[in-house]
Ligand binder design. Structure first.
Ligand code: ATP
Length: 425
């Protein structure tokens, strides 16, 4: 099909006979003449209809796909440079009437209704914009990581061992065995630093936690990185640069799209403060919330801290007991770990740290956390093959997208979200 996109139409095309395809959005019927507005992936175009074609158009429901052909001519319309004088029209796909939701967004629908009709929901420019930003942010993040000598890898999501600790996993029958869906690529990415030094993976991960919040899903996308010979401060530097450069590049290269979210002032950063866990406890005390060293920062505590630190900030040096077995502790301060979380106000975006790379100490850490080293034998043996000191983190990409697009619900930035209630479409 030799078509031209709406956005490419200019006055230079006047007089040419061209073909356009689009979803019909508006039809203004003035009796002897009619105007249509249809939209393709680049924008809207206007067509003028006269004669017999008018009655044909009266039967076409909105959001049907039309192919129009005709001469390009000057227009008096304010929003268009030119218009098509429709000479031929073909109905490529008829939409039902009424549609389950109004994709122009003029009539609002609940989130649930919109998600039930997600493919149609994406015809709303505000919504498709979010996914264009998401796609471009992934592109920028990949570029950034390549520029820091990371290579992209793919590790298995079907795993035979559920013992990484922390999260509950989905299990299922795998031929005659029990298998699980991966909660993260943690152990694999650490092992890969031995052969590849710097790796990253962008993938979906799974948590069987019955959370009912606007920031948890059962399936979410994480950008994981792991690097040999770097420590947690180096990883924080990388995360800081990744976040700041992604935001800056989005505003520079996708300014029109970013305007929709109206959050430039809030999210533009160059330096991200690093606040120790202990300082957070002191801050919380000042806010009337008394926590002891070793207590986890509850949702309420994080919301209170978010009043002091409403934008991006790192919480560093968490108590060892709050972090997983693979996190290294500080020398001579074994109750403090070389760890960090990146927060945006109350919302946790990233979790990372320096890893334990000594196999004997790792074995002991497993025992201390009540885990059985025998379940980790495949993993532990790699630590005897020249495992480098290494560090890394997992960036919750969907949560980062909430911030970039000023969305209050994670479901807004995920095409087909999965939660305790939703398994389709
Ligand atoms: P939270 O305490 O918020 O449940 P977590 O401590 O379980 O998160 P990690 O296991 O450290 O999270 O995972 C790293 C990052 O992955 C988190 O900082 C978050 O951005 C993201 N993440 C984790 N679980 C989920 C989830 N269920 N839905 C969406 N994103 C998640």
């Amino acid at each position: 099909m030799n078509r031209i996109f709406a956005k490419s139409l200019t006055k230079d095309h006047i007089g040419q006979n061209l073909t356009l395809v689009g979803w019909l959005e508006d039809f203004r019927d003035m009796g002897k003449i009619g105007f249509i507005s249809a939209r393709d992936m680049t924008g809207n175009f206007q067509g003028v209809i006269t004669g017999n074609l008018l009655s044909a158009f009266r039967e076409v429901p909105r959001q049907s796909i039309i192919l129009v052909n005709g001469a390009i001519q000057e227009t008096r319309a304010e929003n268009f440079q030119v218009e098509v004088k429709v000479e031929k029209v073909e109905l490529l796909s008829r939409a039902v009437n009424p549609l389950p939701i109004d994709p122009t967004g003029r009539v609002e629908s609940s989130m649930d209704k919109r998600l039930d009709s997600r493919a149609l929901d994406l015809r709303n420019v505000r919504i498709s914009n979010i996914f264009r930003t998401r796609s471009y942010a992934l592109y920028l993040i990949r570029n950034f990581l390549y520029s820091r000598m990371f290579m992209e890898v793919n590790t298995p999501k079907i795993i035979g061992n559920a013992t990484e600790g922390g999260a509950d996993l989905f299990s299922f029958e795998y031929f005659s065995k029990k298998a699980y869906l991966a909660q993260s690529p943690q152990l694999y990415k650490e092992q890969l630093t031995l052969g590849l030094e710097r790796v990253f993976e962008i993938s979906s991960y799974f948590r069987a936690e019955p959370s009912h919040t606007v920031r948890h899903l059962s399936e979410f996308v994480s950008v994981d990185l792991e690097a040999a010979f770097l420590d947690y401060c180096d990883i924080m530097d990388i995360v800081e640069e990744l976040i700041t450069s992604t935001i800056n590049d989005l505003f520079i290269q996708r300014g029109k799209e970013m305007k929709y979210y109206d959050n430039k002032e809030e999210i533009t950063v160059d330096k991200i403060p690093r606040v120790s866990y202990q300082k957070c406890l002191d801050d919380l005390k000042g806010l009337g919330e008394s926590l002891q060293f070793g207590d986890d920062l509850s949702d309420l505590a994080l919301r209170k801290l978010g009043e002091i630190y409403p934008k991006f900030y790192f919480i560093i040096d968490w108590p060892t007991k709050l972090k997983p077995f693979y996190i290294l502790e500080h020398k001579n301060k074994s109750d403090l770990s070389k760890s960090f979380d990146l927060q945006y106000g109350y919302l946790e975006i990233v979790s990372g740290g320096t890893r334990e790379h000594n196999s004997e100490r790792l074995r002991n850490k497993l025992l201390e956390k009540g885990l059985d080293p025998r379940s980790f034998s495949d993993h532990l043996q790699t630590f005897e093959w020249g495992m480098p000191p290494h560090s890394g983190c997992g960036i919750g990409f969907d949560r980062l997208m909430m911030i970039l697009t000023n969305s209050t619900n994670i479901r807004e930035v995920v095409l087909y979200p999965r939660d305790t209630e939703r398994l389709s479409p």
